[in-house]
Design a protein around this ligand. Sequence first.
Ligand code: SAH
Length: 395
Amino acid sequence: MENPVKIILKKGKEQSVKRLHPWIFSGAIRKIYGSPSEGDIVEVFSDLDEYLATGHYQIGSISVRIFSFDRGEPDFAFWSAKIEKAYRLRQQLQLAGNSQTNVYRLVNAEGDELPGLIIDYYNGIAVMQMHSIGMYRIREQLSEILTRLYGNHLYAVYDKSESTIPRKAGLEVKNDFLLGDQHLATVTENGCTFRVDVKEGQKTGFFIDQRDNRNLLSAYCRGKEVLNVFSYTGGFSVYAARNHASLVHSVDSSAPAIELTDKNMALNDIPSGVHQSFCTDAFSYLREIKDRYDLIILDPPAFAKHNDALKNALQAYKRINQAAIEQLRPGGILFTFSCSQVVSRENFRKSVFAAAANARRSVAILHQLTQAPDHPVSIFHPEGEYLKGLVLYIA
Ligand code: SAH
């Protein structure tokens, strides 16, 4: 490594680094020696010239994403050790090397001390999504590490960073394969089978973070009429149908998602007549359901991506939850989620509370949910907790 650029923090700003928070905001910097390009490796020092951390430099309000609090060269062995550590955690979680589940998140950015890097594993296809130029620059190395780690359990590595990489560096980032060219995977999750298109699908292809919540749903479905709203490729719907729901309806506005939902139902041998999908707008569908359902799942996309959209997002959560709570049959169950990072657990709960109060139904909280443990949250970086869910009993 050439001499890394040195960044000196303002007095007092070393505190958050000493508490192992992985971001340096631009306002915390007193001086930069040299002019680093986006993605360069930089070393961070206190105003007393004490070494604090090493990370990737970037342009924007977060100036450094820290990947190490120990001085040393981030070479191939360094990145390998980090990814192997992440893999060992997935083994401990009974995900890596499991025959009932072969789809999981291998690397969850800050939660695995690899800020800016997401890697999802789809039964032989790894999908990488970089959120920093620093990680993007080492993508070939990362692909090589994955190849060595998985051996013949890996036949494709797809870099899907086009929409996630920061634009400021002026790089022309295109999604492409670093290994193989297969974009369709058939994966197993808790014994359910799903077809995943890593190229055309949303995010990296599948919403892996809901695995445990889909599993929890199974226990509530027997004999029930179930509505899955914002169903994407039918994750919750397949679990419901396989676990003896008498009827499952899936609603999503994306035609390719609905098409894949129908394929997923067939893959799981769900008898026709049990499931039906509707490619339509969720908000208008929810207005008309009357008392048709015993159980409703609401798993919308992030309504707020930024703080300025927060108020409207909370209104939207209230609106859909109120529609569901008002119309569920007595004794009904609602699985309701928010995946917006800027919506706090408390704010989400308040929106659902307002919905319940407006609906004037008796509502009790049965479970409070979050993302599956292969999406770990660093205790030093609480911002990494984004998925919030409630299971409600509507008397
Ligand atoms: N529950 C899913 C993930 C949902 S992602 C799973 O477990 O896999 C959110 C979904 O909402 C996307 O598929 C998107 O197409 C859909 N969506 C977004 N806006 C919508 C709207 N207004 N009406 C219906 N579906 C919508």
